[in-house]
Design a protein around this ligand. Structure first.
Ligand SMILES: Nc1ncnc2c1ncn2[C@@H]1O[C@H](COP(=O)(O)OP(=O)(O)O)[C@@H](O)[C@H]1O
Ligand SMILES: [Mg+2]
Length: 313
């Protein structure tokens, strides 16, 4: 284990129910590592095991197998102490609708043993200071999510774990949440957030793990995952002749038509060599550029067609 790992899981596994036809292997041997200062996105379709994984980290779901450490802690007692330095929200906060946002946070400080003076700081942080005296029941969904974020910040955590923080929000609400997360990250807080919304993750995360059916299928810095294979986007007047020529290119690993031209996968990123080869075939390109695969393309490729039916939260 590296010393600066804030979260480290090793083959973490959760099976709901007994082994058999009706049991669900929700998390299947997940090993990941989140380092201090990262904004880490845990990305996967509905039903892929994100909430279950977070539940295990938060201590509300018991792992079937595997292990994890949180701020270096591994044993049950150590974990209890470590969790006091972690802020975690699961999807639905339990606030009292007839109490104000501020009073709800005051109750939360009592439960968490946090300093009451933090209440107003946290309301400020999430932009709710001017609505703090209003009943929670009158809040919009975006305000509710922000209050739940404020509640996770009460103990001034080193690590914040957020389960689908922008779920159900409109673009404006999502933007507000993104700003808060960026502010937190700017202050050095490590953030682990789950999402099924890829572009949300792409915009705010430094690192990402893509999970599918309880297993991690890709992980690393966002730009590394997004760049994928080396490929080039090429255009020529005669596309059929271009595709034919590409089929014979020794360094080519396949070509396909895309919306903007032909995308060719390459064994090396020597675009000049590709250009020379095609010119030798009598094909003169009107466009040649390195093609960057977006995180979206990677995500769709890795998780296509296996979003489970919604259930279990
Ligand atoms: N308490 C539970 N009992 C049985 N199955 C559950 C329970 N919670 C979740 N599941 C199942 O485990 C799988 C993963 O669920 P979940 O962790 O909620 O995924 P996600 O958060 O990625 O949508 C799903 O198939 C879900 O139906
Ligand atoms: Mg979930």
């Amino acid at each position: 284990m590296t010393s600066d790992s804030v979260i480290e899981t090793f083959e973490l596994t959760k099976r709901y129910g007994r082994r058999g036809a009706r049991s669900v292997l929700a998390v299947d041997g997940v090993s990941l590592s989140v380092e201090r200062g990262q904004v880490f996105g845990f990305l996967g379709p509905n039903g892929s095991g994100k909430t279950t994984t977070i539940g295990m980290l938060a201590g509300v779901v018991r792992p079937t197998a595997g292990s994890f450490s949180l701020l270096g802690a591994t044993g049950p007692r150590e974990l209890v102490a470590a969790r006091a330095r972690v802020g975690a929200t699961l999807e639905t906060p339990n606030f009292y609708p007839y109490l104000s946002g501020r009073d709800n946070l005051r109750i939360a400080t009592a439960i968490k043993g946090a300093d009451r003076a933090r209440v107003d700081e946290c309301l400020e942080l999430v932009g709710l200071a001017d609505r703090a005296g209003h009943r929670f029941g009158s809040y919009s969904l975006g305000m509710k999510q922000r209050l739940s974020l404020a509640a996770t910040m009460l103990n001034d955590p080193e690590l914040v774990i957020l389960d689908e923080p922008a779920n159900g929000l409109d673009p404006q609400g999502m933007r507000e949440i993104r700003t808060i997360i960026r502010d937190l990250a700017g202050c050095g807080t490590t953030i682990f957030l789950s999402s099924h919304l890829l572009w949300e993750v792409e915009r705010i995360c430094s690192h990402v793990a893509i999970v599918r059916k309880g297993r991690i299928v890709a992980s690393g810095p966002v730009e590394e995952i997004a760049s994928g294979d080396i490929s080039a986007l090429v255009r020529a007047e005669d596309e059929m002749a271009l595709l034919e020529a590409l089929a014979g290119y020794p360094d080519g690993k396949g070509a396909q038509r895309g919306q903007e031209g032909v995308i060719v996968s390459l064994a090396s990123d020597d675009l000049a060599a590709l250009n020379r080869y095609l010119a030798g075939c009598g094909i003169h390109l009107s466009h040649l550029a390195r093609h960057r695969q977006s995180l979206e393309e990677v995500f769709v490729e890795l998780t296509a067609g296996d979003s489970r039916t919604e259930g279990g939260g």
